[in-house]
Design a protein around this ligand. Structure first.
Ligand SMILES: Nc1ncnc2c1ncn2[C@@H]1O[C@H](COP(=O)(O)OP(=O)(O)OP(=O)(O)O)[C@@H](O)[C@H]1O
Length: 767
């Protein structure tokens, strides 16, 4: 009942390994070399079927001992010395921070002792103020000194794990000696300001990533600097031990990549700093543009590149870019947790990582879910068109009320609206109205705070409540004090009214929609869009927004994000062939939406796949539309060919599934049983019994074992082994959507794929 997948698959010619339209200067050619069938290996690694004999790294054992290779010995000595220096820098930074802390404490104490707060005369007030400013300046100076040391310490912490991964030797002038630079995941200088390790994001490090020898150039401070790259040496290092080195004198060789790929998968995504490929580097270091759209085949490193780009941006905009200004929209929460260690490992903080539902929730009224996302761009444009001639009516406004009290009535809101009748209904008018309503609410709260009934109400509060509110019991010595204390209480009591004004909830968006569009039941996408169009609701502080798996969003969802993050630069990464839901925007439409909302869209492609064995890549590549080819960067990993099992009936199928899962459960690898939908996952778990865990949205990927999960949750993730539970025509009919779903599922596997079919195999695989 079993047969092996046929392969290799017939594929058309190989496309350019990568292309970026606009934004980057052209780089010299390098990268993988395509084989006849379209598959290639980076650095001349063995193709499928060949046996790997060594990986090209020089190791002491290869040389008959360290002494036999003077380069190895010299590099180990340099590493030992660097490691010692890093440890010392780390120790010195901690000591400096301790000293600063002690000094700060001492200064604060002295200053507090000396600070004579005196408000008697205007001169005294000025003097007191000057003393306080001086004190704050000293504290600030301490903070600054500490933050410099803290940054140094963070770099050292990163580097102590692996001080550097490469060395380059550059000759800037023909007669001058070459300059040696060691490149690492962070940069640090010694006490004489000599660069011990160069940060991978620094301008000069670019020549390492361009993967060419000889004449190279890079840009620093707006100037193009030319040099001759004489040596490009890669290292395998852990802490202070050199395991091997490799001199890449041929452009196409990247032994470090091969070594990295052969290490296999882990439960958390790893940084690819040392092995970023040339075409990936073009995305990582791409010029700042309003929108960059990156199309990449499965496993081409889109997510990895995205993480490296964020780290790069933090470096480039050090001191001005805060992680709270960067948003990463991720396909699901499991994926969010899968990637959340990459940046901390690089010594950086994570950006805001949100799913679509998490992004939308705070913009929606309480109790309303994200719901259906399938909304066309036209439907949103219809909202804009209808709003053009829209005039407010009384029914569009709601009372501002809290704690059972109407604080500003809908009639009053309508009067405020009438004051600005000369303006069209839109953000300008609504903002002016909101300012006035805010002032009215404030006046109303002050009135309540001045009311004796309120003071009595406060006096009746339990003592603990009074202590919590005021830090003391409510015993005002004057009317003024009573009003001030009462205002604290009133603001808390009517906090929801203040929130309503902040959120402009006095606008009845549903009622407006009914009049505007002539229909009920707006989707959440339309609802938020209308609210943005009316109020200007947005996040103007966001500077970068990265949308991974961008092919999984509808045009409406994308337009909402483009408009909400109105000043941000967007990085959109996706694979048109991994769109797994109905109603998502085709690749060209994604571009069109962003062009309409944000102007020009730059584009890059990543066409080399790194995740899977060549056999698995061939299998999922066979599902690509004709003419779309990819290259494969893979190392020889002794892995069985994909297996396809067609069972005659349900019993035989269940039996086969249990066998596959039982086999997998006995290993330390992670196996995913991928099912089409959530409901199937539960059904499958019953078939499998205790051997399998159903993975939910709130879980993280385990290191090993067997997990059952729906395709939507498997998005963006990878597993040692993938089991497609049922590849029958019922689950995968011959449609474009099913083809993309199957491609996505198979391409999650790094080493092994088993495809089961209950009764009959989908025609998508029948060749
Ligand atoms: N330059 C590289 N060096 C080392 N490993 C790499 C490199 N590029 C990609 N990889 C590895 O390939 C695998 C796939 O990368 P990643 O998940 O970033 O790809 P993707 O394009 O986002 O995939 P998909 O769209 O299929 O989810 C990961 O294990 C990643 O570590």
């Amino acid at each position: 009942m079993s047969r092996e997948a046929q392969q290799p698959v017939d594929r058309a010619g190989v496309l350019d390994s990568a292309a970026c339209a606009g934004g980057l200067k052209p780089a010299p050619t390098a990268g993988g070399v395509p084989t006849a069938g379209g598959a290639s290996t980076a650095g001349g690694a063995p193709t499928a079927g060949e046996v790997s004999v060594g990986d090209g790294f020089s190791r002491p054992a290869d040389q008959g001992g360290e002494a036999a290779d003077p380069i190895f010995a010299a590099e180990q000595a340099h590493l030992t010395e660097t490691y010692g220096k890093l440890e010392k820098i780390g120790r010195d930074a901690v000591a400096a921070m301790e000293a600063v802390a002690a000094q700060a404490a001492e200064d604060k104490k002295n200053m507090a002792d000396e600070l004579a707060v005196n408000f008697a005369t205007w001169d005294d007030i000025l003097e007191t103020h000057a003393d306080i400013v001086a004190m704050n300046n000293i504290i600030e100076a301490h903070d600054m000194a500490n933050s410099v040391q803290a940054e140094r310490l963070r770099a050292v912490e990163v580097l102590l794990r692996e001080p550097y991964f490469a060395k380059i030797e550059l000759q800037f002038k023909p007669s001058a000696p070459t300059k040696e630079l060691y490149i690492g995941s962070a940069g640090v200088s010694d006490e004489n300001y000599r660069r011990l390790v160069v940060d991978w994001r620094s301008p000069v490090a670019e020549v390492y990533y361009s993967q060419a020898m000889g004449p190279v150039s890079y840009e620093a401070d707006g100037r193009v600097i030319r040099a001759d790259l004489r040596l490009r040496r890669q290292f395998e290092i852990s802490r202070d031990t050199l395991h091997g080195y490799f001199d890449s004198d041929v452009a196409i060789e990247d032994k470090l990549l091969l070594a990295s790929l052969s290490r296999g998968r882990s439960a958390h995504m790893q940084a690819i700093t040392a092995t970023i490929q040339k075409e990936q580097n073009q995305v990582v270091r791409h010029a700042d543009v309003p929108v960059l759209q990156v199309a990449g085949v499965a496993g081409s490193g889109k997510t990895s590149v995205l993480m490296q780009r964020i780290a790069y941006l933090f470096y480039q905009h050090r001191g001005t870019l805060d992680p709270t200004q960067v948003f990463l929209i991720s396909p699901n929460p499991v994926f969010g947790r899968y990637i959340d260690r990459v940046l901390p490992d690089l010594g950086e903080r994570n950006p805001e990582i949100l799913t679509w539902a998490e992004f939308l929730a705070p913009l929606l009224p309480a109790g309303r879910g994200a719901g259906e996302g399938d909304v066309s761009y036209e439907r949103l444009q219809a909202i804009d068109a209808a709003l053009a001639g829209f005039a407010f009516e009384r029914s569009d406004f709601r009372d501002i009320a809290a704690a059972g009290t109407r604080l500003v009535g809908g009639d009053a809101v309508a009067k405020v609206a009438a004051k600005f009748d000369h303006l069209p209904a839109g953000p300008h008018r609504v903002t002016l109205m909101n300012e006035e309503l805010s002032a009215r609410l404030e006046a109303r709260l002050k009135g309540i705070a001045a009311d004796e009934d309120t003071h009595d109400e406060i006096a009746d509060l339990p003592i603990e409540e009074q202590l919590r509110l005021f830090g003391e019991t409510f015993e005002p010595q004057s009317d003024e004090e009573a009003r001030a204390l009462a205002l604290t209480y009133v603001r808390e009591k009517y906090a929801d009214a203040l929130r309503q004004v902040r959120a402009m909830d006095w606008l009845d968006v549903d009622e407006i929609a009914r009049r505007l569009m002539g229909r009920d039941g707006l989707t959440s996408v339309e609802w938020v869009y209308l609210k943005m169009a009316l109020t200007g609701l947005s996040n103007p502080d966001a500077k970068y927004v990265m949308i991974d798996e961008v092919q999984d969003y509808s045009a409406g969802q994308l337009a909402v994000m483009a408009r909400y993050f109105r000043r941000a630069n967007f990085l959109l990464l996706g694979d048109p062939n991994q769109a797994i839901a109905e109603g998502t925007a085709p690749w060209g439409e994604i571009r069109a939406v962003f062009e309409a909302e944000r102007g020009a869209v730059s584009a890059c492609r990543l066409m080399t796949s790194y995740r899977s064995t060549p056999a698995i890549t061939d299998l999922f590549a066979s599902l690509l539309p004709p003419g779309e080819a990819m290259e494969v960067s893979s190392v020889q990993r002794e892995a069985p060919a994909p297996e396809i099992v067609v069972a005659a009936d349900a019993d035989e199928w269940a039996c086969a599934l249990r066998r596959v899962v039982d086999d997998a459960a006995g290993t330390d690898k992670l196996t995913a049983v991928i099912v089409p939908y959530k409901s199937e996952a539960r059904r499958m778990a019953k078939v499998l019994g205790e051997g399998a865990v159903v993975l939910g949205e709130h879980d993280s990927l385990p290191d090993g074992g067997v997990v059952v999960l729906p395709l939507a949750l498997a998005k963006g993730l990878e597993f040692d082994s993938v089991v497609i539970a049922d590849a029958s025509p019922r689950v995968f009919p011959v449609t474009d959507l099913a083809r993309r779903r199957l491609y996505t599922a198979i391409s999650r596997a790094t080493r092994h794929v088993t495809i089961l079919a209950n009764g009959e195999l989908t025609e998508l695989l029948a060749h």
